[in-house]
Design a protein around this ligand. Structure first.
Ligand code: UDP
Ligand code: MG
Length: 162
C-alpha cells in the first residue's frame, strides 16, 4: 500500500553517525557507509575531520563522570573521524540496531560492532541514542549549510511514496 506523502514526511528523522579513528584507520569507511546506504537511508552530510580533545569532550559531555571519559576523548581526537548525517524513517533507533550493542562482545553478529569490532574501547562507530541527542550532535558537528538538501531518486521506491 502506498504511503501518504504527508505521513511519510512527518516520520522523517535525522541521526548523527561517526566512524571513529579506529574504523577509519582500519579501512572500514566503505563497509560501514554501504550498510546505511543499502538499507535505504539518505546521506545528508559527510566530512572527515580530526576533532580536538575539547571538541571530543563536548561530544561526550554526558559521560564526563565515567572513568573511561578521558581515554575516550583522547581516542576520539587521535585521528580522522568520518562525521555523517543520515536521514530516514526511524533512522535514529534502527541506526543503533545496525550499529549493535556498545560492547562488541555483546553485539549480535550482523551488526557493525558485532561483525567488525572486538573490544568496547575500539568499537568503531558512534550513533545518536535518541531524538534530542541527534539534534544536539548534528548541531555540534555540522553547520546548517553543510546539510545538503536534495531529492533522493530512491525514496519513492524505498517508501512506496509517490
Ligand atoms: N566506552 C568505553 N568503555 C565503557 C563504555 C563505553 O570505552 O565501559 C566508550 C565506547 O567507545 C562507547 C563510548 O564510550 O561507544 C560511549 O559510550 P556509550 O555508553 O554512549 O555507548 P554508545 O552509545 O557508543 O553505544
Ligand atoms: Mg552513546
Amino acid at each position: 500500500m502506498l504511503q501518504d506523502q504527508e505521513a511519510h514526511a512527518a516520520e522523517m528523522e535525522r541521526t548523527f553517525i561517526a566512524i571513529k579513528p579506529d574504523g577509519v584507520q582500519r579501512g572500514l569507511i566503505s563497509e560501514i557507509v554501504n550498510r546505511f546506504e543499502r538499507k535505504g537511508y539518505k546521506l545528508v552530510a559527510i566530512k572527515l575531520i580530526v576533532p580536538s580533545k575539547g571538541f571530543a569532550e563536548k561530544h561526550y559531555h554526558d559521560l564526563k563522570e565515567r572513568p573511561f571519559f578521558n581515554g575516550l576523548c583522547d581516542f576520539l581526537s587521535s585521528g580522522p573521524v568520518l562525521a555523517m548525517v543520515w536521514e530516514g524513517e526511524g533512522v535514529i533507533k534502527y541506526g543503533r540496531k545496525l550499529i549493535g550493542a556498545t560492547d562488541p562482545q555483546k553485539s549480535e553478529p550482523g551488526t557493525i560492532r558485532g561483525d567488525l569490532g572486538v573490544v568496547v574501547g575500539r568499537n568503531i562507530i558512534h550513533g545518536s541514542d535518541g531524538p534530542e541527542t541527534a539534534k544536539d550532535e548534528i548541531a555540534l558537528w555540522f553547520e546548517p549549510k553543510e546539510l545538503v538538501s536534495y531529492t533522493s531518486n530512491a525514496e519513492k521506491w524505498v517508501y512506496g511514496v509517490n
